[in-house]
Design a binder for this molecule. Structure first.
Ligand code: SF4
Ligand code: MG
Length: 328
């Protein structure tokens, strides 16, 4: 499959009173057309900033973003607005992202007016498209003139999805789209998103703090910690053979033990430290039960341990070096 998006050495730093916040710190990856990359980590690890920086809702500090082969990092605001038809975002809290004074129909039509695809006068075309979108995301036609507060969380998120899809995009950043929903509704929305991907050939960057949410949806999963990618692998492989201590800890935190998860269970200790002035060494060192002196002093680089499986950990690096020596 063809590459749709590629991100090279992307950084997004914020100046804060306490110092320079390394929200996204040198992240590189690509996503092929029609695939889903799950991005996982605790809140504060930089996942949302990453999603927004790709769409340039936050201007990246440095690095490159290629969409369909074109570098969009320095595109003008006006040209970026055009491109946004093709690159959409679905937000975590559909209630906060919907205007309470807009009906379902108005909310779904709004992106068409903002993008000047239609004007207020094109009532028939707009109504037809709204009906089509409501059908696509499973909203009953009778809801067309209702308001967000009259609907449950699941239906509100269906409106959010319809708003993203009405411009017919190829790429969607899904920023914790089910985290605010009841568990029973989460599965419905995830199934809908999978169906829409299959039907429309969508490509997703799917952000979540919950690994089990992206397990079945993702082709690849990337784990982030304090602005950096610490592990990335095909989804099955990440679950079957996690290598980074942080990934193992996240997997251990899944309440219902996964039968496929056979490695040791690590309980995550301590709190997420601050990405402000992070300094040298592995950023996970203060919480890692395997941390050695070296981990606090020496930066870690990503290493490919198996095909398409990357890990940034001194321990894993040493183990693969030893293995290689044995093979020689
Ligand atoms: Fe733990 Fe060291 Fe690996 Fe960091 S580099 S995850 S501190 S073992
Ligand atoms: Mg998929």
């Amino acid at each position: 499959r063809q590459e749709l998006l590629r991100v090279d050495h992307l950084k997004k730093y914020f100046q804060t009173p306490g110092g320079l916040l390394h929200a996204v710190d040198d992240v590189s990856f690509s996503i092929r057309r029609g695939e889903t990359l799950g991005v996982v980590g605790e809140s504060g690890c930089g996942k949302s900033t990453l999603g927004r920086a790709i769409l340039r809702l936050h201007e990246p500090t440095s690095g490159e973003i290629y969409f369909k082969g074109e570098n969009i990092r320095n595109r003008s605001r006006e040209k970026m607005k055009e491109l946004r038809r093709n690159m959409q975002i679905i937000f975590q809290d559909p209630f906060a992202s919907l205007n309470p004074r807009m009906t379902v129909s108005q909310a779904i039509a709004e992106p068409l007016l903002i993008q000047k695809i239609y004007t207020d006068r094109d009532k028939a075309q707009i109504a037809r498209l709204v009906r089509e979108m409501m059908d696509l995301v499973g909203l009953a036609p009778r809801l067309v003139n209702t308001y967000p507060h009259e609907l449950d969380g699941g239906r509100r998120q269906r409106i959010g999805i319809a708003r993203a899809l009405v411009l017919n995009p190829e790429f969607i950043v899904c920023d914790e789209p089910v985290s605010a929903l009841d568990v029973s509704i989460q599965a419905q929305i995830l199934n809908l998103m999978q169906d829409l991907q299959d039907k429309l050939g969508l490509t997703y960057l799917f952000i979540t703090h919950n690994l089990s949410v992206v397990k079945h949806l993702s082709d690849h999963i990337m784990v982030m910690y304090l602005g950096q990618m610490v592990e990335k692998a095909p989804a099955k492989q990440l679950f079957a053979n996690p290598q980074h201590p942080y990934t193992k800890a996240l997997l251990s935190a899944i309440p219902v033990p996964d039968p496929e998860f056979k490695t040791e269970r690590i309980i995550l200790q301590g709190e997420l430290t601050s990405p402000i002035n992070p300094g040298e060494g592995c950023r996970f060192a203060r919480r890692c039960i395997y941390a050695s002196e070296m981990c606090f002093k020496q930066n870690v680089a990503l290493k490919e341990v198996e095909k398409e499986h990357f890990v940034a950990c001194h321990l894993v690096e040493q183990a693969t070096d030893q293995e290689r020596r044995r093979e020689l």
